[in-house]
Design a protein around this ligand. Structure first.
Ligand SMILES: [Zn+2]
Length: 401
C-alpha cells in the first residue's frame, strides 16, 4: 500500500529538443578573456522553477524548498562535481557525488539520475536549504564545479567552475491556515522537503513546468495503537478515519467541486486510465484570498454539503469527507496551498498551520513501513509539544484537537 502517488503526475517529458545551444565544436576563436565578470562562459545553464519562499518548520528551521533545472549545452558530457548553495554569499550547503545524484531527476528518463550529464541533457535538482530563522538570506546563489569531458581552451577548461542562478528569496510571511482535519494522530506523509512523490510531481503543462505539490501533505490518521489500518488492507472499513470530516482552513470562496468519482479499492494504486484531472479524485478548491488557493483531494463522492461554485464558507466548516478516490491506494487527505485555482497548472507555496500539537515524528530516515502495514508507528517524541505558525515536516504526527 502506498499513499505516495497522489495526485502527482510523474515527470513524463519526452526528449527535449534543445535548440540554439552552442556546441564546443562550433565556438568561434576568442582572443578575449572569456571568464570575465561581464561574460562568463557557463556550459551548464541553471534556472529556478520558482522563487524560494520561507516557512518555519517543526525542526525550528526555515526551509527554502525550490528546484533548479540544469542543462548541459555542450556536445560532450559534463560531470557535476559539486553544487554549492550560497546564502548572501556564505556557503550553506554543498552537494556532491551520490548526495547530489540523490536530489536529482533526469528529464526524459526514468532511470536514476547520475552526476554526468550527457550532451544536451537536463536534470532537475530538488533543493532544501534549511537556515535559522534569524539567518534568512535575501539572495541565494549557486556555484557549480563541473568537468566537461575534454574542455575547449581558451574558451573553457576542464575542470572549471561557474556561478549561476542568483535568486531573490521571497521573505513575505507564509500563508497561515487553520486545521484541515479535526482530532489527533494525523500522520503527515510526503510533505516538505524530502524527495517525495509530491516534490517530484513536476508537471509540463501549457508550455511550462509547474510544481503544485511542492509543499503538499498526505494525511492519514493513526489509531490508539499507532496503526493506519486494522484488518484487510483492501477493505475501506479497515481504515477507521475513512470518512473523517474535512474542514475549510480559512474563510473562503468555493472555486471548484468535483464529486462524482467512485472510491478506489485500497491496498494498491488504481490501474491506469486516469486522466490528469482524475488524479485528484473528488476534490475541492477554495479561494482563501491573497492569490492563494487551498486544494483538497481524494474525498468521498457525493458533495455531501452541497457546495456550489461561488459559495462562501467559513473557517472550520465541514466541506466534505476524507476518502480514497482518484490516484490513491489508501484513504487519505491530500492538502496543499497553490498560487492559482488550477490543481495542476499552479505553483505550490509554503504554508503554516496557526496552531497544533506535534505528537512526535516517525523518523524520516527510518523505516516507515508502519504506514504501509498494519503495525504500530514508533514515534520520536523528543520535540513534541504545542506549535504556533509552523509547517510540519515529512513524518510528523499532528494533533489538531
Ligand atoms: Zn498527495
Amino acid at each position: 500500500m502506498t499513499v505516495r502517488r497522489c495526485p502527482g503526475v510523474l515527470l513524463v517529458i519526452a526528449a527535449l529538443a534543445l535548440t540554439g545551444c552552442t556546441s564546443a565544436a562550433s565556438l568561434p576563436a576568442s582572443t578575449s578573456t572569456p571568464t570575465s565578470a561581464e561574460a562568463a562562459y557557463t556550459p551548464v545553464l541553471a534556472e529556478a522553477l520558482a522563487e524560494p519562499a520561507i516557512a518555519s518548520s517543526t525542526d525550528g528551521l526555515v526551509h527554502l524548498a525550490y528546484e533548479l533545472e540544469l542543462t548541459n549545452v555542450l556536445s560532450e558530457p559534463v560531470t557535476l562535481d559539486a553544487l554549492t548553495v550560497l546564502a548572501d554569499g556564505v556557503t550553506v550547503q554543498t552537494l556532491s557525488g551520490d548526495g547530489l545524484a540523490a536530489r536529482m531527476t533526469e528529464i526524459g528518463s526514468t532511470d536514476p539520475a547520475t552526476t554526468t550529464l550527457t550532451a544536451g541533457r537536463s536534470v532537475i535538482v530538488y533543493l532544501d536549504v534549511a537556515v535559522a530563522s534569524n539567518e534568512v538570506p535575501s539572495t541565494l546563489s549557486h556555484h557549480l564545479d563541473i568537468a566537461p569531458e575534454t574542455g575547449h581552451p581558451p574558451v573553457f577548461d576542464t575542470p572549471m567552475s561557474e556561478t549561476v542562478a542568483t535568486l531573490s528569496v521571497d521573505t513575505e510571511e507564509p500563508v497561515v491556515v487553520g486545521a484541515p482535519l479535526a482530532g489527533d494522530g494525523w500522520f503527515d506523509a510526503n510533505s516538505c522537503c524530502d524527495m517525495t512523490a509530491h516534490r517530484l510531481a513536476v508537471n509540463p503543462l501549457n508550455g511550462s513546468y509547474y510544481v503544485p505539490e511542492r509543499f503538499a501533505i498526505d494525511f492519514v490518521q493513526l489509531d490508539a495503537q499507532g496503526r493506519v489500518f486494522d484488518g484487510a488492507v483492501d477493505d475501506l472499513s479497515s481504515y477507521a478515519y475513512e470518512g473523517a470530516e474535512v474542514l475549510a482552513v480559512a474563510d473562503a470562496t468555493v472555486v471548484s467541486v468535483t464529486s462524482d468519482r467512485e472510491e478506489q479499492v485500497p491496498g494498491a494504486n488504481p490501474a491506469g486510465g486516469l486522466t490528469l484531472d482524475e488524479y485528484g479524485g473528488n476534490y475541492i478548491v477554495l479561494d482563501i484570498g491573497g492569490g492563494n488557493y487551498a486544494f483538497y483531494a481524494h474525498l468521498q463522492p457525493g458533495n455531501p454539503m452541497g457546495l456550489t461554485v461561488g459559495q462562501t464558507v467559513s473557517r472550520g466548516d465541514v466541506i466534505g469527507y476524507l476518502g480514497n478516490s482518484g490516484n490513491s491506494s489508501a484513504p487519505h487527505l491530500h492538502f496543499h496551498i497553490m498560487d492559482s485555482a488550477s490543481p495542476l497548472a499552479s505553483n505550490g507555496v509554503p504554508f503554516v498551520f496557526d496552531q497544533f500539537t506535534l505528537a512526535g515524528t516517525v523518523p524520516r530516515s527510518g523505516d516507515d513501513a508502519c504506514v504501509m502495514e498494519s503495525v504500530a508507528c514508533e514515534l520520536d517524541t523528543a520535540d513534541a509539544g504545542e506549535r504556533t505558525e509552523e509547517s510540519p515536516l515529512n513524518g510528523d504526527v499532528l494533533d489538531f484537537g
